[in-house]
Design a protein around this ligand. Structure first.
Ligand SMILES: Cc1ncc(COP(=O)(O)O)c(C=O)c1O
Length: 370
C-alpha cells in the first residue's frame, strides 16, 4: 500500500478499483455502448462544456495532447506555444512534429505568461493555434487562461490547453473561457488509474478538422475515425470498430466520474483548495517554503524548496519506506525541490497530516529541524 502524494497517479477510490473488476464485455456490446455515452456525458460536466466531441482517448494524457496537435495542425501551419516549464516544452515539440512552424513564448520556471505577450505575438503575425499548459506540473504554477484565450480568439486563433493536472481539482471552464480543445488524464484529480486521456473539442476545432487539406499523420489518434466508434453528433447511432476499447479502464473512469458528480465539481475544487492551505500551513510549521510564488500556486501540485544540506534522494526513499510517495524536481529544479501532490482522495487533511508527520521525522533524521 502506498500513499501517492506525488504528481500522479493518485490513489483511486476503492469504488473505482472495484469497477475495474466488473465482468468483461465486448467493446460493441450495448451495455458498453451505454457506459461510453454516460462517460462522454459526465466528462462534459467535468469539462464544463456542451461539446459533443468529448471522449477519453485510449492512452495516457500524452495521447490526448498529441490528438489535439495532430488533428488541429497541418504542415505549414503557424502555432504559438506558451512555455512555463517542462510540459510546455513538450507541447512545443508535439506542435513541431505535427509540421507546424512554432513560435514560443517562454517564462522562466516558476513564472506565468502575461496575456499581453500573447496579444503582442499575435499582432506580429497570425497563428492558427495558441496552445499552453494550464497547470504546469514541473513548477507548480497555474497559468491564467481566460485572458489569453480571449486575446487569441480575437486574433482568429484556436486555443488549446493541457489541463492534465488541473481538471477536477480546480476550475476548468471550457465553454466559458472559449477553449477550442483540451486534454487531460485519468490518474490525477479525476482519481482513476493511468491509461486514459480525456479530450474535448469544440465546434470551431471540429470545423478546422473537417476542412483539413491533408489527412493527419496519425491513424490511431485520427478524430474523424474515432467518432465513427464513439458516435458523431447528429449521426445515427451506428458504431464502427476502430480499435478495441480498454473496457476495464473505461469502467474505472466512469466510476471515478460518478464519484466526482456525487461530491459536486465545485465542492471538489474547494476541497483541493482547502487541502492546499492545510499543506502550506503544515510545511511552514516544519520550516519549509514553497518554490512557486503565492500569486499563482496550484492547489493540487506543490513545489517545495529542499532546505540546504538535506539530501533529496535520501528523503524521498525514506518517505517511500514509510509508504508515502513524493516526487523530485524537474529540469533546473532537480535536487532543489520536491513535488507534493494533493489529488483526488488525497486532497484530505488527515492524509496531509500523515505526510507531514513522516516528513518531519525523516527531516529530523537528516539533521534538519528541532
Ligand atoms: C501538465 C502535464 N501534461 C502532460 C502530462 C503527461 O500525461 P501522462 O503522463 O498521463 O501521459 C503530465 C503528466 O504528468 C502533466 O503533468
Amino acid at each position: 500500500m502506498r500513499l501517492l502524494m506525488g504528481p500522479g497517479p493518485s490513489n483511486p477510490d476503492p469504488r473505482v478499483l472495484a469497477a475495474m473488476a466488473r465482468p468483461m464485455v465486448g467493446h460493441l456490446d450495448p451495455y458498453f455502448l451505454q457506459i461510453m455515452d454516460d462517460t462522454m456525458s459526465m466528462l462534459r460536466t467535468v469539462y464544463r462544456t456542451e461539446n459533443h466531441h468529448t471522449i477519453p482517448m485510449s492512452g495516457t494524457g500524452t495521447s490526448g495532447l498529441e490528438t489535439i496537435m495532430l488533428n488541429l495542425l497541418e504542415p505549414g501551419d503557424e502555432a504559438v506555444v506558451g512555455v512555463i516549464g517542462y510540459f510546455g516544452q513538450r507541447l512545443h515539440e508535439m506542435a513541431e512534429r505535427a509540421g507546424a512552424t512554432v513560435r514560443v513564448i517562454e517564462e522562466p520556471f516558476g513564472g506565468v505568461i502575461d496575456p499581453q505577450r500573447v496579444a503582442d505575438e499575435m499582432a506580429k503575425r497570425p497563428a492558427k493555434l495558441v496552445a499552453l499548459v494550464h497547470a504546469e506540473t514541473s513548477t507548480g504554477a497555474a497559468q491564467p487562461i481566460p485572458e489569453v484565450a480571449a486575446l487569441a480568439r480575437d486574433h482568429g486563433a484556436l486555443v488549446a490547453i493541457d489541463c492534465v493536472t488541473s481538471l477536477a481539482g480546480m476550475p476548468v471552464e471550457i465553454d466559458a473561457w472559449g477553449i477550442d480543445a483540451a486534454g487531460s488524464c485519468s490518474q490525477k484529480c479525476i482519481g482513476a488509474p493511468p491509461g486514459l486521456g480525456p479530450v474535448t473539442f469544440g465546434p470551431r476545432a471540429m470545423e478546422v478538422i473537417g476542412s483539413r487539406t491533408s489527412k493527419p499523420f496519425t491513424w490511431y489518434l485520427d478524430l474523424n475515425l474515432l467518432f465513427q466508434y464513439w458516435g458523431d453528433s447528429g449521426a445515427p447511432k451506428q458504431r464502427a470498430f476502430h480499435h478495441t476499447a480498454p473496457v476495464s479502464s473505461v469502467y474505472a473512469l466512469h466510476e471515478a466520474l460518478r464519484l466526482i458528480l456525487e461530491e459536486g465539481l465545485e465542492a471538489r475544487w474547494e476541497r483541493h483548495r482547502q487541502a492546499h492551505a492545510v499543506l502550506v500551513q503544515g510545511l511552514e510549521r516544519l520550516g519549509l517554503s514553497l518554490f512557486t510564488p503565492a500569486a499563482h500556486r496550484l492547489p493540487m501540485l506543490n513545489v517545495v524548496n529542499i532546505p540546504q544540506g538535506v539530501n533529496d534522494a535520501a528523503v524521498r526513499s525514506a518517505m517511500l519506506e514509510r509508504g508515502i510517495e513524493i516526487a523530485g524536481g524537474f529540469g533546473p529544479l532537480k535536487g532543489k525541490t520536491w513535488r507534493v501532490g494533493l489529488m483526488g482522495v488525497n486532497a484530505d487533511p488527515e492524509r496531509i497530516e500523515t505526510l507531514l508527520g513522516a516528513l518531519e521525522e525523516v527531516l529530523r533524521e537528516q539533521g534538519f529541524g528541532g
